[in-house]
Design a binder for this molecule. Structure first.
Ligand code: PLP
Ligand code: ZN
Length: 452
């Protein structure tokens, strides 16, 4: 077995750096406060030069990553830091801010898959994480880099993000864990109670603004022009480095086999970009030999990426996002558009949308097979259902749905569904509790009615 703890290379900073996604030649240190290319304004990405990584062959990488699952050797027990060499290798152990994120369940959804007509259906439960969503994967990386920057005397004093709820929960938790102040911009009244109370409880400065997410995003970009406040949204590509491990984890959990399809709910488009980046790295290093087809699932009431897809991505379309049950993907002008277009183009991917009624029904149906799905996962499942009906996803295809958040963060949605009080939704699977007198005969009569 390969050794678990290894010294970090002195040359990491020359082989892992920010570069412009549009191809400008400059390299920027990942410890610089920089979010866009200074020449052309495009987003940056963290680039890992491939040659140094090829010093290990594919089977050595597989063996190394497999060997770290479940270890107590710091920081490799985290699903993200178990792939440290592929994330940010130059971080000192003491600067890694981790709460053992990643390594989430990937389980066979046997009954649901059979009912939908894709028996080989798997759910990747990213919501089984410290703050209840996949956002922890990116935040452990970003906050760790900030901690190292601060330890090295950087002028950064605080971290900040705009959020539809889950990003702020993750940032607030990781920042509080590291002792770094966090400033959170939320669209007032547009996040769930659980999402709102998470950063409040973690002591973040929570600013609820009278606007939507896109409005909050503008403000946070303005505020972080001051380099002492570090931008933690996914336009900061450090987030993508952590989130890309989800794809690598899926391959690892399938013993390095690649599923045919991965369906993922999208908003700002960081997550699908990250998924693609992880698979691309595995391809380049020979750990896998084909890409999965990626499906981006949007809520019809906040569907700019779907609209752009319909034009063959001739142009980036922005919309004013409408109120949707899938509130965490209520985003009208996605920041990582270019990266996501590449992800769809290079995986022969698809973008599809789901209405409020479709997403609520898909979530409730899945719950009847033992899940407890968030509304965003409902969007993904509704889109999956459409693609099966259309014959695009075939019954023999191995399909993964990424469940991005824990359903327990969205109990308002669940209660509303089962009380049949959601707008635009017919609660066909409503299963309200029955209130009875404490009387054995009444109870027996009710059971008889239901079970026989
Ligand atoms: C639960 C949930 N699902 C999906 C997404 C979409 O991810 P992205 O914005 O990176 O497309 C988000 C975040 O926006 C989210 O919080
Ligand atoms: Zn550029």
């Amino acid at each position: 077995m390969l050794s678990v703890a290894e010294p970090q290379s002195q040359t990491d900073s020359q082989t892992v750096y920010f570069r412009c996604i549009a191809g400008c030649s400059a390299k920027h240190s990942i410890f610089d406060v920089i979010y866009r290319c200074p020449s052309c304004g495009s987003l940056l990405e963290v680039h890992h030069e491939r040659e140094p990584l090829k010093k290990r062959d594919a089977s050595q990488w597989r063996q190394l990553f497999d060997s770290r699952v479940g270890t107590t050797t710091w920081p490799y027990g985290s699903g993200v830091w178990g792939m440290r060499e592929w994330v940010i290798p130059s971080l000192a152990d003491e600067n890694i801010v981790s709460m053992c994120e990643g390594n989430t369940n990937l389980f066979w959804a046997e009954r649901l898959g059979k009912q939908l007509g894709v028996p080989d259906l798997w759910i990747k439960l990213c919501g089984i994480s410290h703050t209840g969503s996949f956002k922890d994967l990116g935040m452990t990386v970003l906050v760790s880099v900030v901690k190292q920057m601060m330890a090295q005397g950087s002028s950064v004093k605080a971290v900040a993000c705009a959020s539809t709820g889950d990003t702020s929960a993750a940032l607030a938790a990781y920042a509080a864990y590291a002792g770094i102040p966090a400033i959170i911009f939320l669209p007032a009244g547009k996040v769930s109670t659980a999402q709102l109370i998470q950063p409040v409880a973690n002591g973040a400065h929570v600013l609820a603004l009278d606007t939507d997410f896109d409005g909050c995003m503008k403000i946070v970009q303005e505020v972080t022009q001051d380099k002492s406040i570090y931008l933690a949204n996914s336009m900061n590509s450090l987030r993508i480095e952590g989130q890309k491990t989800v794809g690598i984890e899926i391959a690892k959990q399938f013993d390095w086999e690649v599923p045919d399809w991965i369906v993922i709910p999208v908003g700002n488009l960081g997550n699908i970009s990250a998924l693609h980046k992880g698979f691309q790295l595995m391809m380049d290093l020979g750990l896998i030999t084909r890409m999965p087809r990626l499906v981006a699932a949007q809520a019809a009431r906040a569907n700019p990426f779907y609209e752009s897809f319909k034009t063959g991505f001739k142009e980036k379309i922005s919309v004013t996002a409408q109120n949707t049950l899938a509130n965490a993907i209520r985003i009208g002008s996605p920041v990582s558009y270019e990266k996501a277009v590449k992800a769809i183009a290079e995986t022969d991917g698809i973008v599809e949308q789901a209405t409020e009624n479709e997403l609520a029904a898909a979530a409730a149906h899945a719950d009847l097979t033992g899940m407890f799905t968030c509304p965003h996962t409902g969007v993904a499942l509704a889109v999956l259902t459409k693609l099966i009906k259309r014959g695009v996803i075939k019954s023999s295809d191995k399909t993964v749905v990424i469940s991005t958040a824990h359903g327990l963060k969205f109990t308002d949605f669940k209660v509303g569904y089962h009380e049949s009080s959601l707008e635009e939704v017919t609660s066909q699977y409503a299963n309200p509790a029955v209130y009875l007198p404490a009387n054995a005969d009444a109870v027996k009569a009710e059971i008889e009615k239901r079970i026989s």
